[in-house]
Design a protein around this ligand. Sequence first.
Ligand code: NAP
Length: 480
Amino acid sequence: MNEQENTTEKKVSSLQSTTVLAKNKKEIYSVTGNELLGSIPLMTKKEVEAAMNEASLQQKTWAKVEVYKRAQVLHAWADELLKNKEELAVTISKEVGKGISSAQKEVDRTADLIRYTAEEGVRLHGDMMKGDAFPGGTTDKIAMIGREPLGVVLAISPFNYPVNLAASKVAPALITGNAVVFKPATQGSLSGLLMIKALLNTNLPKGVVQAVTGKGSEIGDFLVTHPKVNMISFTGGTATGQAIAEKAKMIPLVLELGGKDPAIVLEDADLDLTAKNIVGGAFSYSGQRCTAIKRVLVQEEVADALTLKIKEQIEALSIGTPEEDADITALIDEQSADFVQSLIDDALSKGASLVTGNKREENLIYPTLLDHVTADMDLAWEEPFGPVLPIIRVKNETEAVELANASEYGLQASIFTKNVEKAMKLGAELEVGSVQLNAKTERGPDHFPFIGVKNSGLGVQGVRRSIESMTRDKVFVLNF
Ligand code: NAP
């Protein structure tokens, strides 16, 4: 065993709150460079069971800790994350192949999110209702409505924001007095475990947060059907989310799933601003974002001019490694790159025209723009989760809305036009959680509600909404 493995093993064992240690391990390599970053335990069902039982036990005590003290733990966690920012950022960058400056921003953003959650959590108040407001009611009844934690929150996060999208579940769960069983994406586990290590360096009582590692395909069903789980907060692919929704019975779910966010470009749009936002929205982190712009629906009158501007900006993107802070880097794995390539090949075989790109070096897909994409091509509908953008020409705004709504997804949409009134009207017709006017689709700021409709999700995130989703009403009726 080399020195690095030894160090990671120590890190991992110090994170395990349960007494049993997994014998099987999985080595985690960097996305580019094939560098061994460490290993994670492939936990058995017995070990997951122990984690669940411990979380459930400790939750009872944690729920009784004063909320201002729980907030202090969260503030201390944010401090710890920032103290370890460089180590975290380098781990994120290598483990999920993200440019180093984006990885640093992810740590900063996470610390801000945790602090905001602490501040919002201490202001969670109940309600009071008088009985005589309802016909036949009486002044002799008063209801006092408080908010209660749900119990054990199972937090399952994806690879692409291994720290931010994990903390956005763990922090609201903790501030409201829930315990957490946290299952990071396997490729992303080292970053997630470092984030939890920072949390365990605070005064958080032992056992309230349990990290469980192992392949979702192996321990996922056991986790989501476990009787001690009282709520599931999941972010990841639509197929995984749907499978979880089918199995988890009678417990609240918040699901943040895939997207096919359209940029609708009307003939009066500012094309420079539009092209800049489309390229930023579609290609940052090589398109591996749920809210990446994944199709352009542009009115024919301005399609040629817009395509040219987008092409110029794509060709100015840097292509390289996360360490070089390149705009476009290798995708998370070979399967993902194969899928993106298959979408490009399918579109080209059916008559789409290549504007730029369609070059591949192992898992690195060069940023690719395809014009004249039509409804019979998979790229018009599938979420590539990679750096390829289809341009779909439309006759008018009605056709744009029809195509936008024909998607199974409904995360966000952008509308580019100088006519704000028209944008509001079109926006009202779009079956999505959020509409962006004259800007790219994106999550955040993190206190905004974040919603996916149709196959893009269930429930609402965003700090306040996440807090609410992890609590329930409890009513005391005073009869006098
Ligand atoms: P994924 O393959 O669905 O994995 C997400 C998480 O689910 C991972 O922790 C994974 O663990 C786990 N998992 C896999 N099978 C499971 C099962 N049967 N039961 C329980 N958990 C299971 O997604 P991903 O590739 O990491 O992320 C990309 C997807 O996430 C894209 O579709 C993207 O749009 C979506 N996403 C959505 C949002 C949003 O806010 N709407 C944000 C980010 C990403 P393993 O890694 O061990 O398999």
